[in-house]
Design a protein around this ligand. Structure first.
Ligand code: SAM
Length: 232
């Protein structure tokens, strides 16, 4: 079977996860890894065979938990909005936005994440438009046509990725609201962003080395003077 076979990808996901709730978002059911190490090992083998990404989709990262809580606590703001969840993983933030009445597109580079997001959306009776693509080098005006709000959860863990994401977001912020949610990763921008809200998010000690992560939702500005990053 090829890795393009959605049934094979679904089987892999379902056999390595369990239906659970992220601690900050008990109203949404998602497929999450029950233990960190066995899934990571199993996925590494599967990945080598199928040339795929690490299993980010199997964890409720602090970014998506914070976004989902923020959205569900003030749903009116999202009703009718056209939201793009960039790097949405297993879809927790997307599902919350859809629950609030938004029309949601989740964009991912990882096909397994796309399959997990579809399974999770179906379990919560919402529909998501899931796109597997890397849009970071695209013209944001075209890539974001018809999008009112961009949300980006926890994508600032690697410098090359963070640089591409920030360039894209800054351009995107010209015509729409752009928010990122971040638990203090190394490459989160600290200039040209404004604090919206902050959450204490329960996280897995095995992943984060601590049990709680302070997670900030920041609004990205289009025209902030100076660099968006603290490094030269
Ligand atoms: C740490 S996870 C965060 C997932 C989700 N946003 C959350 O907060 O739970 C990072 C995700 O970004 C995705 N990703 C990495 N590079 C990407 C790109 N260029 N475009 C879209 N998604 C990307 C990964 O596949 C992964 O699912």
């Amino acid at each position: 079977m090829s890795s393009d076979d959605p049934a094979e990808l679904e089987r892999f996901i379902l056999s390595h996860t369990a239906w659970s709730q992220a601690p900050l978002v008990p109203e949404i059911r998602v497929l999450l890894a029950t233990e960190v190490t066995p899934l990571w090992q199993a996925t590494e083998t599967f990945l080598k065979l199928h040339n795929m990404e690490p299993p980010f989709w199997a964890f409720a990262w602090p970014g998506a938990q914070a976004f989902a809580r923020w959205m569900l606590d003030a749903p009116a703001r999202w009703a009718g909005a056209r939201v793009l969840d960039l790097g949405g993983g297993g879809g927790l933030a997307s599902i919350a936005a859809a629950r609030c009445g938004a029309t949601v597109t989740l964009v991912e580079v990882d096909r397994l994440a796309g399959v997990a997001a579809r399974l999770n959306a179906a379990a919560n009776r919402v529909s998501l438009d899931v796109r597997i693509a890397d849009i970071l080098d695209a013209d944001p005006t075209e890539a974001l046509a018809g999008v009112d709000v961009v949300v980006v959860g926890d994508l600032f863990y690697s410098r090359p990725l963070a640089e591409r994401v920030v360039a894209f977001l800054r351009a995107a912020a010209g015509g729409r609201d752009v928010y990122l949610a971040d638990p203090g990763r190394m490459y989160v921008p600290t200039v040209g962003v404004a604090l919206e809200v902050e959450f204490e998010v329960p996280v897995l000690f095995d992943l984060e080395g601590q049990n709680m992560k302070k997670t900030r939702i920041l609004k990205v500005g289009a025209d902030a003077g100076g660099p968006l990053f603290p490094w030269p």
